[in-house]
Write a protein that binds this ligand. Structure first.
Ligand SMILES: NC(=O)c1ccc[n+]([C@@H]2O[C@H](COP(=O)([O-])OP(=O)(O)OC[C@H]3O[C@@H](n4cnc5c(N)ncnc54)[C@H](OP(=O)(O)O)[C@@H]3O)[C@@H](O)[C@H]2O)c1
Length: 248
């Protein structure tokens, strides 16, 4: 049987491009997102290897039902790519509660809602793989990304916590930390994005990373290493370089 891949956030950007790529490579793909019309357009482009499953990841019961539906109607999920997420800027000068709540509900709790039933199904079989899409913005705080960065830092920490236990359960857990990739999400950014990567190149790196055994998949690598290094510096130097780099 062709192994089944479930991708959340597949109506746009990285998730859509990954779904298309994997379906064209012969994987059996189930594509989820809220926008059913966009998913239908994806299905028309991808052909018979791709099924659509509209889903709002902020609804935990719907996520549980989605995994149950895939397992019953399509087959066992071999790989779940938990990619759905969004960004809202949270500048200190206009700090508000609502964007924090929205990003925590979507990026953190939405991912958890999908992770729990996916892991339960794989745990029962002692096999499967899960990739959680976080961001290099989770490595350390960056101006205007207080809420986004906090949710992505939480995902990174969550995956680090779960990795050894998932290994013992026979489930491969991977963390995906992209830098800037040109998608509808980053098209909204009003600032110049360092090391901006084209979507096709990002999907090349993601597909290669998913096939490998390493825990963290990062792209573009130079930007990720630069940020990792930045986050090892004493705070005085860190904030000086962040101010210089972002103009904050
Ligand atoms: N692009 C980058 O530079 C970059 C960098 C680092 C990390 N990331 C992460 O990569 C992931 C994909 O980003 P992208 O750039 O491809 O963004 P995008 O083009 O805006 O796509 C985001 C996807 O998430 C889905 N989504 C959002 N809220 C959802 C919800 N409540 N339920 C289900 N699906 C939902 C959207 O579909 P619907 O609106 O149809 O629901 C869409 O398919 C995100 O987690 C993002 O944080 C991106």
């Amino acid at each position: 049987m062709t192994s089944i891949v479930w991708i959340t956030g597949a109506s746009s950007g990285i998730g859509r491009a990954l779904a298309l790529r994997l379906a064209r490579e012969g994987r059996r793909v189930v594509a989820s997102a809220r926008n059913a019309t966009a998913l239908e357009a994806l299905a028309a482009e991808a052909g018979p290897n791709l099924s659509t499953l509209p889903l709002d990841i902020t609804d935990a019961a719907a996520c549980e039902a989605a995994v149950a539906w895939i397992e019953a109607e399509i087959g066992p999920v071999a790989l779940a790519v938990l990619n759905a997420g969004t960004h809202l800027p949270t500048p200190a000068a206009k700090l508000a509660v609502a964007p924090f709540r929205k990003l925590v509900e979507t990026n953190l709790m939405g991912t958890v809602n999908a992770l729990v039933p996916a892991l339960a199904a794989m745990r029962a079989r002692k096999t499967g793989a899960i990739a959680v899409v976080a961001s290099v913005a989770g490595y350390g705080g960056l101006p205007t990304a207080a809420a986004y960065g906090a949710t992505k830092a939480a995902l990174i920490n969550m995956c680090e916590a779960l990795k050894p236990e998932c290994d013992a359960l026979g489930v491969k857990l991977q963390l995906v930390d992209p830098g800037f990739v040109r998608t509808p999400l980053t098209d909204r950014n009003p600032f110049p994005m360092p090391f901006l990567m084209e979507l096709d190149d990002a999907v090349d790196a993601l597909v290669a990373g998913l096939a490998a055994d390493r825990f963290e998949i990062v792209f573009p690598r130079r930007f990720a290493f630069l940020l990792k290094f930045l986050n090892m510096l004493p705070y005085g130097l860190y904030f000086r370089l962040v101010r210089r780099g972002t103009g904050a």
